[in-house]
Design a protein around this ligand. Structure first.
Ligand SMILES: Cc1ncc(COP(=O)(O)O)c(C=O)c1O
Length: 379
């Protein structure tokens, strides 16, 4: 397989000395992202104040993200992390008797469970769908989502083993049962196509530092306009107000659309990074990225098994995102050994995650798997 994006590799300085396969944790930083961050710092160094430029950059980042997921910019809010978004949404809900069930899964990122469990004292009844052989069978949604379900909160791609869910099919089930659908897309945004309208997603969250190739400090919240208008956030602040430049301490008037969920000054430098990073993703096209990554994922699965590694999660790339998880006792230690050998992979509990992006080659994956197999002493 040729590398269709070979010409982009020089944009990522780290690739000259490392095999970077950790986009599920922190994507590689491009020179354009680094220049954008420098632009932010330089404007502070030279002009002293860069407030309006920075606000414009936040708007550009929102626009870019809206395009990436098929939404309108006014359906996007920025917060500091995906955890913040979950707390903002959860604390805006009221858990009425007969409509107080939260359905999530045991494959979601722990923050998701933590936030929902924290709502139990306010009346939430939290139900975890158990995984079965490392996936969530779609028929479980028919069983677990019931008429008293207020919100179904699931991830598009599992952080732990790369399992990808059929969001459109799940949306049909949960909406038929009268539940909202909240999708954690942190492991999918930037690597697989997302169209919130076609997938019929009500609420979506994604941060910028993984496959979106930015840095920590910023996460995007999508909420359908018609839905947002009905919500009165309890986690709030001046950025969430209709007219925040009025500085009126007595007025609490939520901004139109998703912006009402914003709180205070966002991380401007993260917005500069996000705008540049998303621009690159849009230039290449997420459809193109996704089909290349699908080939890489299948190669990772096949070659890994050939070398005696044990795949955790589905064996077909079509049921996964780019990331492949291999079983490894003491994964944290293995991650450090691989790092010493200039191969960046990511550990979680007892798995090593290999997560390429468009800038990676098949040969890099081959080298990483060879090294992992040696370290694990499998072959
Ligand atoms: C799927 C998923 N959701 C949420 C998070 C947490 O994101 P944050 O640290 O921005 O709260 C992560 C982080 O790794 C993740 O992989």
């Amino acid at each position: 397989m040729d590398h269709p994006y070979a010409s982009y590799r020089s944009l990522f300085p780290v690739l000259a000395s490392k095999i970077h396969l950790a986009s599920c944790s922190q994507g590689a930083i491009s020179k354009t992202v680094s220049e954008a961050m420098e632009e932010y710092l330089n404007s502070l160094l030279t002009t002293g104040v860069n407030w309006s430029q920075s606000i414009q950059e936040v708007e550009k980042a929102k626009k870019g993200f809206a395009k990436l997921i098929g939404a309108e910019p006014n359906e996007i809010a920025v917060l500091g992390s995906v955890s913040d978004i979950f707390s903002t949404i959860a604390t805006s809900l009221s858990f009425e008797k007969g409509k107080n069930k939260i359905v999530t899964t045991d494959m979601d990122f722990p923050t998701v469970g933590h936030v929902w469990l924290a709502q139990r004292k306010f009346g939430a009844n939290v139900s975890f769908i158990p995984s079965q052989q490392e996936v969530i069978p779609i028929e479980y949604y028919e069983r677990f989502v019931t008429s008293d379900t207020l919100i179904t909160s699931i991830s598009h791609i599992c952080y732990f083993n790369g399992f990808k869910q059929d969001i459109k099919a799940i949306a049909e089930i949960v909406h038929r049962k009268g539940s909202l659908l909240f999708v954690d897309a942190y492991q999918s945004a930037g690597q697989v196509p997302i169209d919130v309208k076609k997938m019929d997603i009500d609420i979506l969250a994604a941060g910028t530092r993984k496959y979106m190739l930015g840095i920590p400090g910023m996460a995007f919240l999508y909420m359908k306009t018609e839905l947002a208008e009905k919500w009165k956030p309890r986690v709030t602040g001046w950025f969430g107000q209709a007219n925040h430049s009025k500085f009126d301490i007595h007025q609490l008037t939520p901004a139109p659309g998703a912006r009402r969920f914003e709180t205070g000054t966002p991380s401007f430098i993260s917005a500069y990074a996000a705008t540049a990073a998303i621009r690159l993703l849009l230039e290449i096209g997420v459809e193109n990225i996704s089909s290349y990554l699908n080939e890489l994922a299948q190669f990772t699965l096949d070659y890994g098994q050939e070398k005696g590694l044990q795949v955790v999660g589905p064996l077909s790339a079509d049921q996964r995102g780019a990331m492949t998880a291999f079983y490894a006792e003491n994964a944290g230690q293995i991650e450090s050994i691989m790092k010493e050998r200039n191969i960046i992979v990511s550990a979680r509990n007892d798995v090593i995650r290999i997560a390429p992006h468009f800038y990676n080659t098949k040969d890099e994956i081959r080298q990483a798997i060879d090294e992992l197999a040696t370290v694990l002493n499998t072959k």
